[in-house]
Design a binder for this molecule. Structure first.
Ligand SMILES: [Zn+2]
Length: 220
């Protein structure tokens, strides 16, 4: 008897990598779906929730940084693996809300080993329970509209996305109400050029970056 393997949602903007990963993972027995960016991934998640989310970090539209932060809030028990060619090593890059990291270009065997370490049917338990106040990342749109900057924000509650005039970038954590379901959303603004929020926050604070989950406590 074969043990049914977990379901995986692969999120990757480069079609060749997306197709290749889907083929390899299907061949070894996973139930695979795929999406080309964070927005399509949210649509897939609204339809059906997979056991594992494997997401690229740098994607146009909604990046993996934003997607993973939304998923961690909405589905804290989902196993998440971030992948990128922009970071090296096997550690999850600081500020990325994922359980594991796969460096693109590393062996497929290593990815399969990482996936195999996820026990089927056993939910991931975060070290600290979610307070519901952790911010999600929002990337500002690069449109010039006077003094205000805009961004597309994804509601962790109903998983719909909408455009929003972003708050003052001097603050770390902001609050907005979802235009669809009315939920309060806490968000942090990503730096548009470097797209590495951690460094920006480090500079702003002049000290060590706190754990991702601790951000909400800084905005006192
Ligand atoms: Zn909502």
């Amino acid at each position: 008897m074969t043990v049914p393997k977990a379901s995986i949602l692969v999120v990757e903007d480069e079609a060749s990598i997306r197709v290749l990963l889907s083929q390899v993972l299907t061949e070894v027995g996973y139930q695979v779906r795929s999406a080309e960016d964070g927005f399509s991934a949210l649509a897939e998640l609204r339809r059906d929730v997979p056991d594992i989310l494997l997401s690229d970090l740098n994607m146009p539209g909604m990046s993996g940084f934003e997607l993973l932060s939304v998923v961690r809030l909405r589905f804290p028990s989902m196993h998440t693996i971030a992948m990128s060619g922009a970071f090296s090593g096997r550690e999850v890059p600081s500020g990325v809300a994922a359980d594991a990291f796969y460096q693109k270009g590393a062996s497929v065997e290593y990815l399969l080993k990482t996936l195999a370490a996820v026990p089927p049917g056993v939910p991931f338990l975060p070290e600290e329970p979610s307070t519901g106040l952790e911010p999600i990342w929002v990337q500002p749109d690069l449109r010039l509209d006077g003094e205000r900057s805009y961004g597309t924000i994804s509601c962790p509650e109903c998983m719909r996305a909408f455009s929003l005039a972003l708050g003052d970038s001097n603050r770390l954590v902001h609050e907005a109400d979802c235009i669809y379901c009315g939920s309060a959303i806490h968000y942090a603004i990503m730096q548009p050029v470097e797209r590495v929020p951690v460094e920006v926050l480090q500079r702003a604070r002049g000290e060590e970056m706190p754990r991702f989950g601790d951000l909400s406590r800084l905005d006192s």
